[in-house]
Design a protein around this ligand. Sequence first.
Ligand SMILES: Cc1cc2nc3c(=O)[nH]c(=O)nc-3n(C[C@H](O)[C@H](O)[C@H](O)COP(=O)(O)O)c2cc1C
Length: 153
Amino acid sequence: MQEKAPLTQLLSVLIAANDKKEKPKPILLKIAPDLTDTQLDDIIDIVRETGIHGIIATNTTLDRGNLTEDITSIGMGGLSGAPLRDRSTEVIRYISQKSEGRVPIIGVGGITTPTDALEKLKAGASLIQVYTGMIYEGPGLVKEINKAILKRK
Ligand SMILES: Cc1cc2nc3c(=O)[nH]c(=O)nc-3n(C[C@H](O)[C@H](O)[C@H](O)COP(=O)(O)O)c2cc1C
């Protein structure tokens, strides 16, 4: 029998422990925007196989291609915010299409305007998360996003 991938094994243990709880909680896997399409296909298979509740797409990126300034001197930490936006939306769209909308996705990455948020939802996210955008725009951004969601056709 083929050995299961370490991530599958890890998630299976988590699901089993969660199922034993009086009130099990949803378990979602958060993924990097730097994964290849083949790796994303593997993730979709793992979600199906383990029965976890969804994917959070995406975490920060190691890619520096969208930056206009060289920030090498501050190190190779994960980059968040606007430079990440389009790749994160692309990952959401890819997973949504490949899984035929069957995998719940929390969309996150570079949402700094209501339009960014609507794009994530249109790409297939069921929920969205705002992190860096809250720092630059403040909590009023959430109100603006909610208004845009209510107005959308
Ligand atoms: C300072 C900072 C700390 C973060 N810490 C975590 C963390 O502990 N766990 C996690 O899953 N993601 C963490 N993230 C990633 C964010 O949750 C989010 O996925 C990412 O920043 C992309 O969204 P954004 O462009 O809205 O910031 C962190 C991001 C930043 C900027």
